[in-house]
Design a protein around this ligand. Structure first.
Ligand code: WTA
Length: 571
């Protein structure tokens, strides 16, 4: 096969010799970078914020370069440290303590980061929720985690369930006047009264830090539980993969409601004390190019879906901006199309480095490094300290160039430590010592990994993971819908879009208005990104004899593919 290869990037990279580092590497070596080496205890908030705030050279460095359509702010490490101390004191005042689940349901803002680190400073577990979630999505997560405190904004309070949350003791409102003082706590007022001093809670490496809810192919979203130990891998990958250096200006476009937005939008850059750009508001090509130009971003981590939109926006828009500050580009979340890499070479004169990992893995595992050649379409190679392979369903490794389950030898530093309240689900990820990802892939003779698809029915739309069960459950709550089956349908820009097949209850007629109403029902009940873009009415939905929806068959029909084994299909 004639394969296009993009040679290694020239220059001085933090990880210069992949093979040698890999051979001699032990995760214990990374521990020397942290202060807990002496105390035995640790706190991510200390390593990412306070350590820099205590350093006379670093304390006045800009940690956060924030902008949104109506606000701009620069926050130093010293300020972030003080503000998060204050918020930790507020949380203590309301009886929060180590191990409590404290959720953030708000857009990105400087207050978000102060609150986030305040939560970690008391040793509590932070649960960031994407701001587009609607009431049911919020309720599911607060209920499952038995959250004690929720932090939100006046705009979002309507979507916070007022009942069925027996564990929720307090709601703190940021950025507005609180009318009902018996019901809500006013952030502003509390912060003004709070002390800037806070004795940080030193915790064990294995103590809880973060809960990210994510979708599987069955059931409600699951709480993926991460611990402070993850910092070891965040630090390592910030060095090797993001290739961050002291003077960099780094921008990760992901929202902290998703794992990329915490691991790489918060922890990785700040563990290294690097200036971190945060842009609030919605995506537009001009806005993103402006953000790169204005902040002189040097390292940019984004997603294929955004890059594809930039490609389709064209050269004319790109030409308006001076993006010469950029030196390193990375991508995550979906397959990175070779055409986009080709575009990147032309548009920026830079390679785009694909990275593969998951909510459950906590940090990057398979990556393209600056010092290695890129084979467009490949996710790259496992980082030092990580053993990746392709295994069969019994967890036996299979030879190169054969498709199978992409698997990682467990454990590694940032790996999830449990699924909240669901030990059997957690166990189900591991076979024969391997963490089995649910992605199919193959490995070529030179050790490059090639993504092929999901092995389950999980949908990846614009880089966001959606569980079909959640959408189906919402659809059948609509009075017109009798049954529903939901699939991901390939889409050139979004990767996949959500397509729903439904049957109607007696007395309902198929019409444009009805389908629009059903779409809106999911959008306002669950979230915008979970709403089906296409809905098709059927006479029946194919099911197995045990009543499981045969999404695979729906997908084959949709794509005009052979339907394969249908022996379990109900008559
Ligand atoms: C997919 C996001 C192809 C994959 C960090 C995985 C990718 C799921 C890539 C995890 C990539 C992530 N190439 N597919 N480079 N990176 N995926 O949990 O299917 O939101 O299992 O984590 O996204 O999505 P999650």
């Amino acid at each position: 096969m004639d394969m296009q290869v993009i040679p290694a990037r020239e220059g001085n990279h933090n990880l210069q010799d992949y093979e040698k580092t890999r051979k001699n590497f032990s995760w214990d070596d990374m521990k020397k970078n942290f202060s807990w080496n002496e105390t035995g205890k640790v706190n991510m908030a200390y390593e990412a914020v306070d350590r820099h705030a205590e350093n006379p050279v670093k304390k006045d460095k800009i940690a956060l370069l924030y902008s949104s359509p109506d606000r701009e702010e620069k926050v130093t490490f010293a300020t972030l440290s003080k503000e998060s101390n204050k918020f930790a004191n507020v949380l203590k005042k309301y009886n929060a303590s180590k191990g409590d689940r404290i959720f953030l349901f708000m857009p990105r803002s400087p207050e978000f980061y102060a609150a986030f680190f305040g939560i970690l400073k008391i040793g509590a577990i932070a649960g960031p929720l994407f701001e587009a979630f609607m009431e049911q999505a919020v309720r599911d997560r607060l209920q499952d985690s038995e959250a004690k405190i929720l932090i939100t904004t006046p705009d979002l309070i309507d979507r916070v369930p007022q009942a069925e949350l027996p564990n929720l003791e307090e709601i703190i409102i940021i950025g507005g006047n609180v009318e009902n003082e018996d019901q809500y706590i006013d952030y502003q007022q509390e912060m003004e009264a709070a002390s800037e001093e806070f004795p940080i809670e030193w915790v064990d490496l294995e103590d809880g830090m973060l809960l990210h809810y994510t979708s599987g192919s069955t059931g409600k979203p699951k709480g993926v539980y991460h611990v402070h130990n993850a910092m070891i891998q965040h630090y390592a990958t910030a060095e090797w993969v993001l290739d961050l250096k002291e003077e960099d200006v780094y921008w990760c476009t992901a929202d902290p409601g998703w794992v990329t937005g915490t691991s790489y939008g918060i922890f990785a850059p700040w563990l290294l004390g690097v200036t971190n750009v945060v842009r609030g508001g919605r995506f537009t090509p001009d806005d993103w190019y402006q953000t790169l130009e204005k902040n002189k971003v040097t390292v940019w981590y984004t997603a294929p879906t955004a890059l594809r939109r930039l490609v389709s926006t064209g050269q004319g828009v790109l030409d308006k901006y001076d993006l010469s500050s950029l030196r390193h580009l990375l991508s995550v979340g979906e397959p990175l199309n070779p055409e986009v890499i080709t575009w990147g070479l032309k548009a920026f004169n830079l390679r785009i480095h694909d990275t593969w990992w998951m909510t459950e893995t906590g940090a990057q595992l398979i990556v393209n490094l600056p010092s290695l050649e890129i084979r467009p379409g490949s996710m790259g190679k496992p980082i030092p300290g990580i053993e990746a392979s392709i295994v069969d369903n019994e967890g036996n490794e299979i030879p190169p160039n054969q498709m199978g389950n992409l698997a990682i030898k467990a454990p590694w530093p940032a790996m999830m430590r449990k699924i909240w309240n669901n030990p059997s689900k957690y166990e189900s990820y591991f076979i024969n010592g391997w963490y089995v990802s649910g992605d199919s892939a193959y490995k070529d003779e030179d050790g490059y990994f090639w993504f092929q698809g999901r092995l389950d029915d999980v949908i990846n739309t614009s880089g966001e993971r959606v569980g079909p069960f959640e959408v189906e459950s919402k659809l059948i709550e609509h009075p017109a819908v009798a049954e529903a089956g939901v699939i991901g349908k390939p889409d050139p820009v979004r990767g996949e879009i959500i397509k729903a097949f439904i049957t109607l209850n007696d007395g309902y007629e198929n019409s444009e208005e009805l389908l629009e109403d059903i779409r809106r029902f999911v959008k306002t009940g669950l979230s915008a990104h979970a709403a089906p873009r296409e809905i098709e009415v059927k006479d029946s939905i194919p099911k197995t004899r045990s009543g499981k929806i045969m999404r695979r068959l729906l997908k084959s029909w949709e794509l005009g593919l052979p339907t394969g084994d249908t022996s379990t299909l109900e008559e």
